[in-house]
Design a protein around this ligand. Structure first.
Ligand SMILES: Nc1ncnc2c1ncn2[C@@H]1O[C@H](COP(=O)(O)OP(=O)(O)OP(=O)(O)O)[C@@H](O)[C@H]1O
Ligand SMILES: [Mg+2]
Length: 502
């Protein structure tokens, strides 16, 4: 008995056999799309094909963007939004957690709305919704953000008071409201609960007190950002071009999350009310960047938008440093995942596990520098090629002033070879200026520092950079604040100082 048998084969038969059953990139017809109806992203690494994105053959138009800090998530998002606006006239609403899009939106001619810095949102505003539905949504947000779901009686009291506040102002709970009619605010709701408490007839005063206390945290004088007449019309947001909703000025995460949830609810309603449109491309994109609480909870409307967005040509982009913060219902359903530089093994494992790509791709990802990306797409029909591929670099709208800071010169050989150690940092002028301001450096000194950086072709190594700061008498403590805010580790900072001293 022989284990191996030889076989005679004709060469034409041989040619039919697929040796490379998994070509490393999707075929060109999936990558090259009509430039007037798709968004250019970059050049593929292996075959050098210009990849432009369209959702025509994808399961949906939503994107998840993941990568460590500085990997280029926001850069990708900005590039994407600008091109979508050129190609499809797409409107965009950025729910800006950290205020990091503000400067760019201003530069691009968009609108910036800063909550807590002069702008208010009344979360009881209806923008065309029935009061009954809005009351439910507010309770839903409270369920995500507070412990109300553990206290059914308090939930009941709160819902009832919300509804009563509408009724008292003459609204019919189950009808579409008159748009000119002004909605009540949380302060009216609190007053109703307080009256009930004072009345003294209600059996469980402690329940009432707790319900009041919970609402009051969002309505305190000076922190009543959601309990006053709105200064903006949410209904118009989806058709206002590029809009940055800067919520970074709100006092804490629960305020920011409440704002984001409310905005998503309103956008979802608007999307449903406006119905289907036959224009090409996307009508509006909502961006959630680092909004983990909102992206991670399955009760959030981000999930609803992912489910229903396609039929309304409404796209969602969720960006996060931590892929496990993005709810499964979102992460496993987005049509496109953009993976930028990733550092932690546990995130690598998670991504590889959910997207099911090869070790070859994993290795590529582990070596990414800033702006390099793997793109995973889910097509509507099953395909015979891997759905993930690598692009050389996200080709962005070239930022006018990019400054490069390199730290490679103070690293040892092992560190230089370690893909997890970042060797270069890039900044747009506006970002770097903000960082300098935040590190308590005076405006005049900042101007001089920029002059010096410009003389050096906007490229500096870390030691040269510290020397420039020293020259302008920036205190060591502020230099450290600055270097930390740039993302340098303490070990690297200490070493840079040691090298300068010797
Ligand atoms: N593809 C790219 N081409 C050129 N520059 C890039 C590219 N991607 C990112 N950069 C630059 O790198 C810097 C960091 O990028 P970005 O702010 O997008 O990172 P991020 O992933 O959003 O980080 P964070 O999580 O801290 O918000 C920026 O100054 C940006 O201009
Ligand atoms: Mg960012």
């Amino acid at each position: 008995m022989t284990l191996v048998r030889t076989q005679n084969l004709m060469s034409n038969e041989l040619a039919k056999r697929v040796f490379l059953s998994r070509p490393p990139e999707p075929p060109h017809e999936y990558l090259l799309n009509d430039p007037t109806n798709s968004i250019f992203i970059g050049i593929t690494k292996i075959f050098g094909a210009p990849f432009s994105w369209t959702f025509a053959n994808l399961t949906n138009p939503h994107l998840a963007v993941v990568g460590i800090t500085g990997a280029g998530k926001s850069f990708f998002v900005k590039t994407f939004l600008i091109r979508a606006s050129y190609v499809w006239n797409t409107n965009a609403i950025i729910i800006d957690w950290a205020g990091e899009y503000r400067a760019w939106v201003k530069q691009s001619g968009g609108t910036v709305i800063s909550l807590a810095k002069g702008d208010y949102l009344n979360i009881m505003d209806l923008s065309g919704m029935k009061p009954l539905d809005r009351a439910k949504q507010i309770v839903n947000s409270l369920e995500i953000l507070t412990d109300i779901s553990q206290y059914p009686e308090q939930k009941r009291l709160t819902t009832e008071a919300l509804e009563q506040a509408y009724v008292n102002l003459g609204f019919n709970l189950a009808s579409v409201p008159d748009p000119k009619k002004e909605a009540p605010t949380l302060k009216n709701v609190i007053s109703l609960l307080e009256e009930k408490l004072q009345d003294g007839t209600y059996e469980y005063p402690a329940e009432l007190e707790n319900a009041i206390y919970r609402l009051r945290q969002f309505a305190r004088e000076g922190e009543d950002y959601f309990a006053r007449k709105s200064t903006l019309d949410l209904g118009k947001l989806v058709s206002s071009g590029l809009v940055d909703l800067d919520i970074s000025g709100l006092p804490d995460e629960s305020f920011r999350a409440l704002a984001a949830l409310f905005i998503l609810q309103s956008l979802k309603e608007k999307m449903r009310m406006e119905g289907w449109s036959s224009s090409k491309g996307l009508r509006a994109i909502v961006v959630l960047d680092e909004a983990w609480k909102v992206a991670s909870d399955e009760r959030s409307d981000a999930v609803m938008i992912v489910r229903e967005g396609r039929k309304y040509q409404f796209g969602l982009i969720v960006a996060s440093q931590n892929p496990t913060d993005i709810n499964e219902a979102i992460f496993s359903n987005v049509g496109t995942t953009v993976i930028l530089r990733i550092k932690f093994e546990k995130f690598m494992n998670y991504l590889q596990g959910s997207l099911n790509y090869s070790n070859f791709i994993r290795k590529e990802i582990s070596r990414f520098g800033v702006g390099q990306a793997a793109i995973d797409m889910s097509f509507q029909t099953s395909v015979q090629f891997p759905e993930i591929f690598v692009i050389d670099k996200v080709v962005g709208e070239i930022p006018l002033d990019v400054y490069t800071l390199s730290v490679g010169d103070i690293m040892n050989q092992d560190e230089l070879e370690n893909p997890e150690m970042q060797k270069e940092y890039y900044f747009e002028k506006i970002d770097l200026r903000n960082k300098l301001i935040e590190s308590n450096i005076g405006i005049e000194v900042i101007e001089s520092i920029f002059k010096r950086l410009d003389d050096k072709n906007r490229q500096l190594d870390i030691r040269g950079f510290i020397q420039v700061l020293n020259e302008f008498k920036v205190e060591k403590q502020n230099v450290i604040i600055l270097l930390r805010s740039i993302g340098l580790q303490d070990m690297v900072i200490t070493r840079a100082f040691t090298y300068i001293a010797t």
